[in-house]
Design a protein around this ligand. Sequence first.
Ligand code: DHB
Length: 310
Amino acid sequence: SLATQIGDFHFKNVLMNASGVHCMTAAELDELAASPAGTLVTKSGTPNARPGNPEPRYQALTMGSINSMGLPNKGLDYYLDYALAFQVKHPQQPIFMSVAGMGPDDYVTLAQKIQDSDFTGLTEFNLSCPNVPGKPQIAYDLETTEQILDNIFRLFKKPAGVKLPPFFDLAQFDQMAALLNRYPLQFINSINSLGNGLMIDPATDTTVIRPKGGFGGIGGAYAKPIALANVRAFRQRLRAEIAIIGTGGVNTGRDVYDLILCGADMVQLGTVLQEEGIPAFARLSQELEAIMATKGYTQLADFKGQLHTI
Ligand code: DHB
């Protein structure tokens, strides 16, 4: 079984989409719901709909992807309406709503609206979008992160988590984990894309995406060791009650297995889902089940967090 759990929420498959991929419209969300994925997360909703950055704003690369989408989305109300209708139709299938603020004050607006709604699923507060010109990735600033979390949890009483950017220094993990441990979080999601990479087309000496002079978030295989380190480092530091969604660098069942070895309770597909589409869920499920069968494992608990060190 690939079943897993976050808090009191149960999922029959450990795999789901990463926010931003295949989750902008109700039609895309419905395709995720009908797939083998354990559940789905919506595109990060902002208080108002946004067109996003100029195209081209996503490019597949040999080992992953670069994007500077700029938070194109249909606005919080659209995704909240979708979620409310969904939970009536599928009372046994909890889903995630991702929300992102254009500034610290937006998080209060977003949290209040979801708190006041009938939404019964999990809310992911995205503190790590790298692609809005002039707006820093919030979670790289501890003070702003603390202010936002204080403001959110003053009013928000529903199951919630945060989407984090990659960190690269063990002192950063110490500081961020100490901060996160103070809040009633159900989960963290680690990692968002590697912010502000740059790729060049050698035929034309030109950037491959238009926004921000070509800078964009890097995903796919480039991100794998960073994602593993972030999941592992947070698992070693967070309260055991805070679940971890592992995201980044998944192309094979082995990649899923490795994130779970580092402590992931759920695993999200970004670039691989964008490139391969919905069939990625069945392929990766089969590949993961084959690895588990070889080792005699029947459930994720048989190896979750059980990374060996030398
Ligand atoms: C976008 C990218 C992200 O990595 C994110 O967390 C939110 C939004 C974007 O460019 O749309």
